[in-house]
Design a protein around this ligand. Structure first.
Ligand code: SF4
Length: 492
């Protein structure tokens, strides 16, 4: 059975590996060495997947501009699940991202039937205060969708590129679905693309940290980004020989823009009515498939000549650094650099001629926490989750009543050990309460070896939860006093 992802119902996704195959989400683990000081959720494999996060990791390493964007539907109490998203927004902000947080009041209005006033109250009281209390910096932008003209205008434009059948295939919309609900989906896509609008600087990589249930929004937005763009850089193959080449497609782009592109692209290009094919000459190394033929000595000369050309434009790699490397590596490097170079040129020209040049948004996917009693966390069952505004004593009580992975009797526990992977208390420590990896590892080892008992373990977690909530709520009150120092766009 296919995995169903639905942003508006609480999904129960037990087999995350299926998402890799079904939706093309890549495992996050392989990327870990490329990330400077990875976040705790990354180290602990709570973030398990991504799309295109390589570009974000590269921006963090090189200091290039990038953004983090996320949204919260003001629908109820802010809880630990929201904290996970807020933690990731703030971490990316600390790593150099410009941050955008949308309060999805259009979604709450259309899906939940909430009034604008109620959306504003919940948005500020629950989400914005906690976000600031966790450390969101004032240079980030917080906005209510209904008050943000640029998002609303872009949503309308995006609406021209998507029809009911597509929305129905992605979200399961039917004839009963309200028009506002459909509009709220276009608004979310606009939220995600907004950081790349001209008023916020050039198009840049944007990451959206989400749970896997939100992936439909990402898939829709990535598709829309390329549909909106004036040009697309594509990798293609010649029909007969199967040689690879790069092509820039510009369906509907003004002819003058295509001609301008041709002027700026180094190397061999061929201009058609609506697109440009690059490096058409069959003797040219880019056209050569990887394989024995690229190992010929004369091909190598082409490579080096091309590196010189590319490096001159990219200004980031010396051809001599690469001499002596395997041709395969050289080939990949040139291909990557050429593509990057073309994308840069395409962005410049598209912007000059009034078009869009969105980079498809990247995303990360984190595991969901289970409910405190086991099963799913649900806002309709207050005992299953801890709200960030719960009285600290209540929060501690909930931890003490949580389901553990311990044995029925002390004797059994000593003999067989506990199962931290089935324990809600351990999960709380893993996700939120213990920062030190070594301390957590020790707790785990003691648990499985039967030297740790659930009573004292719960007591420790309950105390930590009490202190965390107390501290967070004090910071929320401080945040309230400093609200006007933040860039917040409200509905007029
Ligand atoms: S000892 Fe702690 S971690 Fe282990 S099962 Fe009991 S409560 Fe969970």
């Amino acid at each position: 059975m296919n995995t169903k992802l639905d942003p508006w119902s609480s999904s129960d996704i037990t087999d995350y590996s299926k998402l890799f195959e079904e939706f093309g989400i890549s495992p996050f683990e392989n990327l870990l060495p490329e990330i400077p000081s990875p976040h705790m959720y990354m180290r602990r494999k709570i973030i398990f997947g991504h799309r295109d996060y390589e570009q974000i990791a590269e921006a963090m390493r090189t200091g290039a501009p990038f953004s983090v964007m996320d949204g919260f539907m003001p629908s109820g109490k802010v809880h630990l699940g929201h904290k996970m998203v807020m933690d990731q927004i703030i971490w990316h902000q600390e790593m150099g991202a410009s941050a955008f947080v949308g309060i999805a009041d259009r979604e709450a209005y259309s899906v939940r039937g909430f009034s604008w006033q109620k959306c504003r109250e919940i948005g500020v009281e629950e989400y914005i205060l906690s976000l600031i209390a966790f450390g969101f910096k004032p240079d980030g932008l917080i906005y209510f969708q209904s008050g943000c003209g640029s998002v609303k205008d872009l949503a309308f434009e995006l609406g021209a590129k998507v029809n009911f059948s597509e929305l129905s295939a992605i979200y399961g919309f039917s004839g009963e679905t309200g028009l506002s609900h459909m509009l709220s989906v276009a608004t979310q896509a606009a939220d995600i693309l907004q950081p790349q609008l001209e008023e916020y600087g050039r198009p840049k990589p944007v990451v959206v940290p989400v749970g896997p249930d939100q992936d439909p929004h990402l898939r829709l937005t990535r598709g829309l980004a390329s549909k909106m763009n004036m040009f697309r850089v594509e990798e293609r193959e010649t029909e007969k020989e199967g040689w690879k080449y790069l092509s820039i497609r510009g369906k509907g782009a003004p002819k003058v823009a295509l001609q301008e592109l041709k002027k700026r692209i180094p190397g061999k290009v061929k201009l058609y009515e609506e697109h440009i094919d690059i490096l058409q000459n069959p003797d040219y190394p880019f056209l050569t498939r990887l394989g024995s033929e690229i190992r010929q000595a004369e091909k190598r000369d082409y490579f080096l000549a091309e590196i010189e050309e590319v490096s001159r434009f990219m200004n980031e790699i010396s051809p001599y650094e690469l001499v002596g490397y395997e041709e395969y590596f050289v080939f990949r490097k040139i291909w990557k650099l050429t593509r990057k170079l073309l994308e840069e040129i395409v962005i410049e020209v598209a912007l000059e001629f009034g078009g869009y040049a969105f980079i498809p948004p990247a995303s990360t996917y984190h595991r969901f926490m289970s409910g405190l009693q086991g099963g799913k966390m649900s806002s309709s069952v207050p005992e299953s989750q801890i709200a960030l505004t719960d009285d600290p004593k209540e929060g501690a009580k909930k931890v003490k009543k949580a389901k553990t992975g311990g044995c029925v009797t002390l004797e059994e526990q000593k003999k067989l050990g506990g199962k931290p992977e089935e324990c809600s208390v351990f999960e709380l420590m893993l996700f939120h309460l213990i920062d030190d990896d070594n301390e957590l590892l020790e707790i785990r080892q003691e648990c499985v070896s039967g030297t740790r008992m659930c009573g004292s373990c719960k007591q420790l977690a309950a105390e930590k939860m009490h202190d965390f909530l107390k501290d967070h709520q004090e910071k929320r009150e401080l945040a309230r006093e400093h609200l006007d120092e933040y860039r917040i766009i409200y509905k007029n």
